[in-house]
Design a binder for this molecule. Structure first.
Ligand code: G6P
Ligand code: MG
Length: 219
């Protein structure tokens, strides 16, 4: 069977974590408390709703449902203002090389992201056409570490889960890929992503020979 490739978005294809951080920090400051870079680590791969729950916990704030909904919208409006200005220069190093390599081999490629803003971001940076399927926060019921997002992506690609390779920068994402029975590849700090099958600091460390190994893993 052919091998399918699934990419996470934030932190794998583009570094949007910094914009999520700025938008959450602005909200925290308005509510009267600080939100640090270290705390932002907990937000990677986590849904918007869950992020706000954690943020309010950090600030010790009890919200009414109406306030909660307002702050969800406010954060996203601020985040959208940041991504509005994004362009191809924000694609992370060597992502384009890897996508091109796979595309030239006619490999099925999907996006598997928790974000509800995935499509506009891919459009902004000019990468939308590389993806045969986009599965994002609008399509899933259960958040990572649940494997749902990746299982839907595999299904859309017409490839069995055991024939899929997943690139992820979040612990919850690696766990989701493992739970789906896929080959998990950590992009980032190998100490943090120690549950991944393979680890790379970023795509510059991943040569075409390794991609070829993945492509032929079923042969
Ligand atoms: C990604 C990011 C998270 C973010 C989530 C939802 O998984 O890593 O930090 O909270 O997407 O993003 P959204 O764009 O829907 O608010
Ligand atoms: Mg991510």
């Amino acid at each position: 069977e052919k091998v399918g490739f699934i990419f996470d978005l934030d932190g794998v294809i583009v570094d949007t974590a910094k914009y999520h951080y700025l938008a959450w920090r602005k909200l925290a400051n308005e509510l009267g408390f600080e939100f640090t870079h270290e705390q932002n680590e907990l937000f990677k791969g986590v849904s918007r709703k869950r992020c706000l729950e954690i943020l309010l916990d950090i600030g010790g704030i009890e919200a009414t449902q109406a306030q909660f909904d307002t702050w969800m919208v406010e954060k996203n409006v601020d985040y959208l203002a940041y991504i509005e200005k994004m362009d191809a220069s924000e694609i992370l190093p060597d992502v384009l090389r890897v996508l091109e390599y796979l595309k030239n081999k006619n490999v099925p490629i999907a996006l598997g992201s928790a974000s509800k803003n995935a499509k506009p971001i891919l459009e902004k940076v000019g990468l939308l056409h590389y993806f045969d399927s986009i599965v994002d926060g609008n399509n899933v019921m259960k958040a990572k570490p649940d494997p749902e997002v990746f299982l839907i992506a595999a299904d859309n690609l017409g490839v069995g889960p055991q024939s899929c390779v997943v690139f992820e920068d979040a612990v919850a994402g690696i766990q989701a890929a493992n739970a789906a029975g896929m080959v998990s590849i950590g992009i980032g700090d190998s100490d943090i992503l120690n549950e991944a099958k393979h680890n790379f600091k970023d795509f510059t460390e991943m040569d075409n020979q390794f991609l070829e190994l993945l492509l032929n893993k079923n042969k």
